[in-house]
Design a protein around this ligand. Structure first.
Ligand code: NOJ
Length: 563
């Protein structure tokens, strides 16, 4: 018995380019400060990315997404942007950027840059002006300033808690308060202000004119706000439905902003693409993914899932259906710069879940807080499952995102001394959240040498000794390595991209998922531990475990070419 999931044919076509390049692209996320350090100052840079273009080309990706490389005080790893139309001098210059773009394009790799529109850095010229210009000024009207409460205004305007912990309001010298959803150094912009809107259009054009192919939109669901006095309490905010009218989350009017951006994207040939980072109710994802809005939205469901057949099947079905609703393609993400790397997640006990199936604690946080000792990590099992999950995901219709180092099978780094930690979530929630530094440790390129080939000036986050085993040089010529598996999968994946449908093949085993793509290829994943006998048929083309007999071992994926 088979079940088909397919996006409508019309949704698969695009007037200007058929099919649009991004629909089934493999996008590699570069976290520039931790990728490759060409100038030896301990921080990865733009020329470092350029120097690794041959590596990226050999890997077989279609596009690179660069996390922020803009001038920044690094209060939030670069997501605190001080100047949206420049390169951080520690990372290079605009000329370096152009050179990198040219080198990536020459290698056939597109480039997506990160746009952070919800907030600026407190070092941004606008915020500095807002501080000096004082209350009631036009400069303050670009942000969200309010008088405090209490007899002398010394209490925040509301008891709201920021995403990184602590109050979401910060007092300035003249006594007013400003709103910051994230770190104190990330004041939120006021998107009802036409000047703010116009400036971001300018930024989108600035990078589009330089030749970038698309944008990843940070916190796309929070830009517009409706803060009416008296402000509600945090408890009241939490209880409000997220139906498009919530005072700050996923408001319908945010799409007015994106309609304007869409006109900008479509004024280029080919149209610039955009993908929304929008943590919203699943039913509202298509609003961001529609062609009239940003055009694509991240599906983060696998970041929260265990290595579990039922969860994976539900997630695939739900997201292909949502993609069908919006006319976009979905995006598969196993890891990124905000979560514990999946090789590690899969080696830890399954997450505890609430009745809605949501993880009740941050996956892996407990392990990190104990410095990597409790609960015990089964690293080998995590690696095995990570390879199986990657092959499963890379065979799905839609685009796939690879986070730098995932192709090496890298694990999270738990043991980072407190003095070296950088992530504001660690500082703002002491003892509760260790933060995201463990997935942002600079990449190991060679088994030895200073900072494992990252650069001559050391690494800005300490690399553990075991990084040597995961280095590119250790894996490059080993056909059984994780790197070799990713290279083989990305090369073969091109054969699968005939259309955006899949058909489930029932295996009769709860732990074994199988699906067929329209080119006739079938993918089997054994999420359990008991071996599964594969049906007779063509030989195995690719296996996450490098065995080609007809018995599919536990925690393994195979691709079988069409007869
Ligand atoms: C989402 C980004 O992925 C994360 O790294 C950042 O801290 C927040 N947005 C705030 O910009």
């Amino acid at each position: 018995m088979t079940t088909a999931h397919s996006a409508p044919l019309t949704a698969q076509l695009n007037d200007r380019e058929m099919p649009a390049w991004w629909r089934q692209a493999v996008v590699y996320q570069v976290y520039p400060r931790s990728f490759e350090d060409a100038d030896g100052d301990g921080i990865g840079d733009i020329r470092g990315v350029t120097s690794r273009v041959p590596y990226l080309k050999e890997l077989g990706i279609d596009a690179v997404w660069l996390s922020p490389f803009y001038p920044s005080a690094l209060a939030d790893g670069g997501y605190d942007v001080a100047d949206y139309r420049n390169v951080d001098p520690r990372l290079g210059t605009l000329d370096d950027f152009d050179e990198m773009l040219g080198a990536l394009h020459a290698a056939g790799i597109r480039v997506i840059v990160d746009i952070v529109p919800n907030h600026t850095s407190d070092q941004h010229a606008w915020f500095q002006e807002a501080l000096t210009a004082g209350r009631g000024s036009a400069a303050r009207a670009r942000y969200i300033f309010r008088d405090g409460t209490g007899p002398d205004g010394s209490e925040p305007p509301a008891d709201w808690v920021s995403v990184f912990g602590g109050s979401a309001w910060q007092r300035v010298d003249d006594g007013q308060w400003y709103f910051h959803n994230f770190a104190v150094e990330q004041p939120d912009l006021d998107w009802s202000n036409p000047e703010v809107r116009a400036d971001f259009v300018k930024t989108l054009r600035f990078w589009s004119d330089r030749g970038v192919d698309g944008f990843r939109i940070d916190v796309a669901h929070m830009l517009t706000k409706d803060f009416v006095d008296p402000l509600p309490s945090q408890a009241e905010l939490d209880a409000m439905p997220r139906d498009g009218n919530h005072p700050m989350i996923d408001r319908d009017d945010v799409h007015e902003v994106y309609a304007e951006w869409r006109a900008v994207f479509d004024s280029y040939d080919p149209p610039r693409t955009a993908v929304a980072e929008a943590w919203v109710e699943p039913s509202r994802i298509p609003l961001y993914a529609r062609a009239e809005s940003l055009g694509q939205a991240f599906n983060f469901d696998l970041l929260e899932a265990d290595f579990d057949a039922r969860q994976f099947r539900r997630i695939v079905g739900d997201n292909l259906e949502l993609a069908g609703t919006s006319g976009s393609s979905t995006t598969w993400v196993l890891s990124n710069h905000d979560v514990v790397r999946h090789a590690t997640r899969y080696g830890l006990p399954d997450a505890e879940r609430d009745s809605a199936g949501r993880p009740t604690r941050k996956h892996g946080n407990e392990w990190l807080l104990s410095g990597g000792t409790r609960p015990a990590l089964d690293a080998e099992r995590g690696s095995r499952r990570a390879r199986a999950a990657a092959l499963f995901v890379l065979a799905l219709p839609g685009s796939a995102y690879i986070y730098q180092g995932e192709e090496l099978g890298l694990h999270e780094v738990a043991a980072i001394p407190e003095a070296d930690r950088q992530d504001p979530t660690f500082f703002r929630s002491p003892g509760e959240d260790i933060g995201r530094d463990g997935c942002r440790v600079p990449l190991p390129w060679s088994e030895d040498g200073p900072s494992f080939g990252f650069g001559t000036g050391g690494a800005h986050l300490p690399q553990p000794g075991w990084f040597a085993d995961y280095a590119v040089s250790a894996q490059h010529d080993d056909s059984t390595s994780s790197l070799a598996l990713y290279r083989a999968a990305l090369a073969m994946r091109r054969l699968l991209q005939t259309d955006e449908s899949l058909t489930w093949v029932e295996t009769g085993h709860d732990d074994v998922l199988a699906f067929r793509r329209s080119n006739g290829w079938t993918v089997f994943t054994n999420f359990g531990t008991e071996p599964f006998e594969l049906p007779d048929g063509p030989p195995i083309s690719l296996s996450s475990r490098h065995r080609d007999e007809r018995i599919l071992p536990g925690e393994t994926t195979v691709w079988i070419a069409g007869a």
